[in-house]
Design a protein around this ligand. Sequence first.
Ligand SMILES: Nc1nc2c(ncn2[C@@H]2O[C@H](COP(=O)(O)OP(=O)(O)O)[C@@H](O)[C@H]2O)c(=O)[nH]1
Ligand SMILES: [Mg+2]
Length: 229
Amino acid sequence: MTLNEIEGITALHDQIPFDAADEVLFVDGGSTDGTLEFLEKKKLRVVGQKKKGRGEAFRIAFEETDGDVLCFFSPDGNEDPADIPGLFAAVEAGSDMAIARRFGKGARNEEDDLTFPFRAWANQGFTLLANLAFNGRGVFFDRKSYIRDTINGYRAITRDAFSRLNVDAQGFLIEYQMSMRAMKLGLSITEIPTSENDRIGGESTATSLPTGFRFIRGLAREIAIGRRF
Ligand SMILES: Nc1nc2c(ncn2[C@@H]2O[C@H](COP(=O)(O)OP(=O)(O)O)[C@@H](O)[C@H]2O)c(=O)[nH]1
Ligand SMILES: [Mg+2]
């Protein structure tokens, strides 16, 4: 998925293992920086969005492709394209969803070098709350079932699981909502360690405070609706 990622896609294009997938689709949120021209030149398939938001992009990817397994990748530099085959493999080995985790053993997140990694702390706080609220697989007794990164969008999921989650988040809440609902349904979730690299160009559009408030609302809503989704 792309929204003004010309620098990222230019730098990463040759590293993306396109062969790992039967079908490749770029969902573009309205780039005006040359991303679309770049993708066209490379003869990559692009679909635009009528409604805005990253959540909408996830649903378009689902609707516009046919594969049994979907892998979501964003070329902003944060996600290492070399993990794509591993995410597919984890799902093909029998998981409903595989997440590239930025926390825990063998992993790195963008803020690891900071003294006050506020964004990483917020991420881990929301992840703790989601595990406590929805991870019914004995989190208190069995640390192996704890999901370490409920928020990273870099993930793969079966088409069947995605449709069962029936996610409706419009923006950056999408991946957290997917994780919460997957836990509620008791789906099998595997995590593979990843190294989150720095953004290559441009700026993140996920502003911390508004995104944080949306996450709080999103969490409260998931608690309120339970399995009614
Ligand atoms: N298609 C699409 N992609 C988006 C949208 N918003 C963000 N993205 C992409 O999603 C990725 C993550 O967004 P970013 O702003 O970097 O958020 P962050 O990684 O959470 O800081 C980037 O590759 C963006 O280009 C959107 O509305 N539509
Ligand atoms: Mg990013």
